[in-house]
Design a protein around this ligand. Structure first.
Ligand SMILES: Cc1cc2c(cc1C)[n+](S(=O)(=O)[O-])c1c(=O)[nH]c(=O)nc-1n2C[C@H](O)[C@H](O)[C@H](O)COP(=O)(O)O
Length: 496
């Protein structure tokens, strides 16, 4: 078999302009000239690596099979002899030196006593763009804060003198027995926070018998994440529906073949929300050239996400559900339902479940919290005798086991947790995620005892006081106005 001659770094370096642009990714050269104007993250970020190795920049944002899937074969220029590629010494910016210093001084993992501790550490040690992407939410981030505030408007009515020597908080979710009623929810771009990406969450979840929901927009490929799973570990697929239904069908069928046990169709993101914190931080890094007064309506805060999410179909509707039921046997759950009327519709069309969720506040600002929609929904389902017909989950703002217990008292089957595991992973890797999961288990055991419940089945709405839940009272403090609205808030703008 003839050995394919490798290109040299010198040859690739010749293609370094906007009208002749090659980049190297994972040791192979690609001609991206024609793709430049289409890159929703803008052409500037690609031109920065024209004629050079772009792997480090490419990896966290794009699933590994992106170029195979989307770049025509004739643009694949073949393997490069990487020993001939000149690696430019990147000068370490003062800000990066600062960050390195904070990493040296960061608290020991054992000094993290709850999920919010991980957030505090991650904020200090993560790259700004990564922190921006993970922490940001839509518009004024009111819903982001409401997700946590809503839990704080629910109070317990604990039972006493119950023999709680033995406490068992195992349960089933979509028929799978789990140690504790939470799952790792789908959050995109895992490699922004950790070089290995989502497989870190997979391994930690396997150790704690926790279900992982695999995101469509993962940095790792779907098969990498499935391959990293433990032998009998259960995983679900989160699906953004593609305008090209043939692609969606292929993804769903492959996931079922690989053993996924649930199809979670995301229904709250016909378009990605506007995440201004993310936008500002992207601006200081390498804004795309579309920003340069082009007046084009390009929301670069979606630069990264938009580069891999412009495929999402805004035309998705209830009419599509029968088609999904025809292409898979997996239970179908709608993720991002936000009103009881749609829960009833989901029962009607035969969905196995819903996730009451506002996408972690990243979509429609002023959407209500999942826990509030749950408190609206369950009494209606019970009254209509439908509460056993569908499994109801919530996510958003879950940071304590008491949040999980409140959700279960109100009738949820389980809860999804997003950012805390991303922060734990970004700051401390797999050990961090495992500690976060263990902390929740310890809190769960203690609080089940204190509320007077020996099993999940004993949790009920009589154990919570939700009178204040629906009264939003004074809106969540608008921290954004204090810290971010000042257009000179980020260093780059100050230097202009
Ligand atoms: C934090 C985060 C959440 C994302 C997320 C990315 C991040 C960084 N992404 S996103 O890029 O499109 O916005 C997804 C996603 O891929 N698909 C999805 O269904 N939900 C996505 N979500 C929402 C997530 O599944 C949960 O609904 C949300 O994280 C729950 O709130 P907490 O973070 O407070 O736990």
């Amino acid at each position: 078999m003839t050995k394919v001659t490798e290109l040299t770094g010198v040859e690739v370096a010749k293609h370094k302009s906007a009208d002749d642009c090659w980049v190297i990714v994972h040791g192979r050269a690609y001609d991206v000239t024609e793709f430049l104007p289409e890159h929703p993250g803008g052409s500037k970020i690609i031109l920065k690596y024209a004629g050079k190795d772009a792997t480090e920049e490419f990896d966290p944002i794009h699933p590994p099979d992106t170029l195979d899937k989307y770049l025509p074969k004739d643009k694949h220029k073949g393997p490069v002899d990487m020993s001939t590629v000149v690696v430019e010494k990147q000068e370490v910016l003062p800000e990066e030196q600062e960050r390195m210093k904070r990493i040296e001084e960061m608290p020991l993992l054992e000094q993290c006593y709850n999920l919010l501790d991980f957030e505090g550490v991650a904020k200090r040690v993560m790259k700004k763009t990564a922190w921006g992407y993970y922490s940001s939410a839509a518009d004024d981030e009111i819903t982001l804060r409401e997700n946590q505030n809503a839990f704080q408007r629910i109070w317990f009515r604990p039972k006493v003198l119950v023999n709680v020597e033995k406490v068992d908080f195992t349960t089933t979710m979509l028929g799978t027995k789990v140690d504790i009623p939470f799952y790792v929810t789908a959050t995109a771009l895992g490699k922004l926070g950790h070089i290995e990406g989502e497989v870190v969450l997979t391994r930690a979840a396997a150790k704690h018998n926790v279900i992982q929901m695999i995101p469509t927009l993962a940095s790792c490929s779907f098969d990498e994440i499935m391959d990293a799973a433990g032998t009998d570990q259960v995983q679900w697929l989160q699906l953004y529906v593609n305008k090209d239904r043939a692609i969606t069908k292929k993804i769903v069928e492959h996931a079922e073949k690989r053993g996924c046990k649930g199809l979670f169709i995301t229904v709250d993101a016909p378009q990605l929300g506007r995440r201004e914190k993310d936008m500002r931080l992207k601006f200081t890094d390498e804004g795309s050239n579309v920003q340069k007064g082009s007046g084009e309506k390009t929301d670069n805060s979606q630069g990264a996400a938009r580069a891999i999410s412009s495929f999402i179909d805004p035309a998705l509707s209830w009419d599509d559900i029968p088609w999904f039921k025809s292409i898979t046997k997996m239970p179908i759950i709608l993720k991002g339902v936000q009103r009881v009327e749609d829960v009833l519709r989901a029962v009607e069309v035969g969905c196995a479940g819903v996730v009451l969720s506002n996408h972690g506040g990243r979509q429609l600002d002023f959407a209500r919290s999942g826990i509030e929609v749950l408190a609206e929904t369950m009494p209606v389902l019970k009254k209509m005798g439908l509460d056993k017909k569908i499994e109801v989950y919530i996510d958003g703002g879950v940071r304590r086991a008491t949040d999980i217990i409140k959700a279960l008292c109100l009738g949820a089957k389980g809860v999804g947790i997003g950012r805390p595991f991303l922060y734990a992973m970004s700051a401390y890797g797999q050990d961090g995620v495992e500690r976060a999961m263990q902390l929740l288990k310890d809190e769960m055991e203690m609080n089940m005892r204190l509320i007077g419940a020996r099993t999940i089945e004993e949790l009920n709405e009589g154990m919570v006081d939700v009178r204040g839940l629906f009264n939003h009272g004074v809106g969540p403090t608008n921290h954004l106005a204090e810290r971010v609205y000042d257009p000179l808030a980020s260093p780059a703008q100050r230097e202009r």
